[in-house]
Design a protein around this ligand. Structure first.
Ligand code: PLP
Length: 378
């Protein structure tokens, strides 16, 4: 049998190993060093002037520190987009706070501005103003940046921009990862670039970067001995991982182009079939890195479901996956308040993520094409 075709797998560009070797040669085998500094500089220059980056051990750690920097404490409430990966919401619980989940809208599949405002008003009327809003650019598609910012400013609630899936995306030519009061990135193995595991906290406020690094290195006070006035974490990125990141930054734009080509590849396949809609930018203001290409399948029109496609692909050793299951439907969050209707629930029911890696070979694309077309036409 052919080797498995994955949804999204690591794609090395070539120079990663040079940076890693340099770390070995100079014995910088630690959670600090020249690669960590160099990776941060590279991300700062990519995101543009005024952005400060702290390289961390994961995107989850970055969200956790963002909550701490915004003063989220036990008993507080934090609003979070319901349709997302659990890592967006878990750190709210780490802080002893309560997640308030909000439904998506259909244009971007991200947090719905109307339900967001409804949630804020209702929580305030119940006596608690939410401490932060976690908004996510799912699959690389920017959320409704202007609408969310307006609401954030109106109610004076900061936004944590979860840009884990959207490095390389932009809205009105401004890069994702620069829209939140604090933004986060992920370099997990399946993301558009990887450090084999890692993340970053991004802010326009230099103090945020400094405080994040302080907390990520065990919150050590300035003293010759080990002195601590607050609880710290071991969340810094290793210099080995950061070396991989420096190499990956050299191919990021190429990866974006290749992922967008994969989206075009699926557009050509699915144009033949009514009832299958490829997730696409709602207007030309939106530029998605198309981290994953996704479809919605209307079984009433097609006569088959997204799950039927997934099973057929799986039989051919091609990995597909349902969309993120909304957090308000997850057993672990069953008691959390929820605002919205059934948009995210329906997207979950009829959606599917397709193999989207920047490293898919021509032979693999031919196979994907053949299996899909054969299934659709029969
Ligand atoms: C991957 C991901 C994260 C978490 O990043 P890690 O680096 O895996 O901890 C957070 N949010 C979203 C939306 C993600 O896809």
């Amino acid at each position: 049998m052919d080797t498995k075709i994955y949804l999204s797998s690591p794609h090395m560009g070539g120079t990663e190993q040079d940076y890693v070797n340099e770390a070995f040669d100079t014995n910088w085998v630690a959670p600090l060093g020249p690669n960590v500094d160099g990776f941060e500089k590279s991300l700062e220059s990519y995101l543009g002037k005024g952005n400060h980056v702290a390289a961390l051990s994961s995107g989850t750690a970055a969200i956790h520190l963002a909550l701490i920097l915004l003063g989220v404490e036990k008993g507080d409430e934090v609003i979070c987009q319901s349709m997302t990966f659990s890592a967006s919401a878990n750190p709210i619980i780490y802080q002893g706070a309560t997640p308030i989940f909000v439904d998506s809208e259909l244009d971007t599949w991200n947090i719905c501005p109307n339900h967001l405002e409804e949630a804020i008003k209702d929580r305030i009327s119940k006596g608690k103003k939410p401490k932060a809003i976690i908004a996510v650019h799912l699959y690389g598609m920017p959320y409704k940046v202007e609408e969310i910012k307006k609401i954030s400013e109106k109610y004076e609630i900061p936004v944590i921009e979860d840009s884990a899936e959207a490095l390389g995306s932009s809205y009105k030519d401004k890069k994702c990862g620069t829209f939140g009061d604090i933004s986060i990135l992920s370099f997990n193995g399946n993301k558009i670039i990887t450090t084999s595991g890692g993340g970053a906290l991004v802010s326009r406020n230099l103090k945020h970067k400094e405080k994040a690094i302080f907390l990520a290195t065990q919150a050590r006070d300035n003293a010759p001995h080990y002195q601590h006035s607050q609880i710290g974490y071991n969340y810094r990125l290793s210099n080995i991982s950061a070396g991989i990141g420096r190499g990956q930054m050299e191919v990021l734009d190429k990866h974006v182009t290749l992922r967008r080509k994969m989206n075009q590849f699926y557009k050509n396949i699915f144009k033949r079939k009514e009832g299958i809609n490829l997730f696409s930018e709602p207007t030309s203001n939106y530029f998605s890195n198309h981290w994953l290409s996704c479809i919605l399948v209307d079984a009433n029109i097609c006569g088959f479901s997204s799950e039927d496609i997934r099973l057929q692909m799986s039989e051919n050793n091609i990995e597909c996956r349902p969309l993120w299951k909304p957090m308000h439907l997850q057993p672990v969050f069953k008691d959390a308040p929820y605002y919205g209707a059934t948009i995210s629930e329906n997207l979950f029911k009829i959606g599917l993520c397709l193999p989207s890696g920047s490293n898919l070979k021509s032979k693999e694309k031919v196979k994907i094409n053949d299996v899909l077309i054969h299934f659709i036409d029969n």
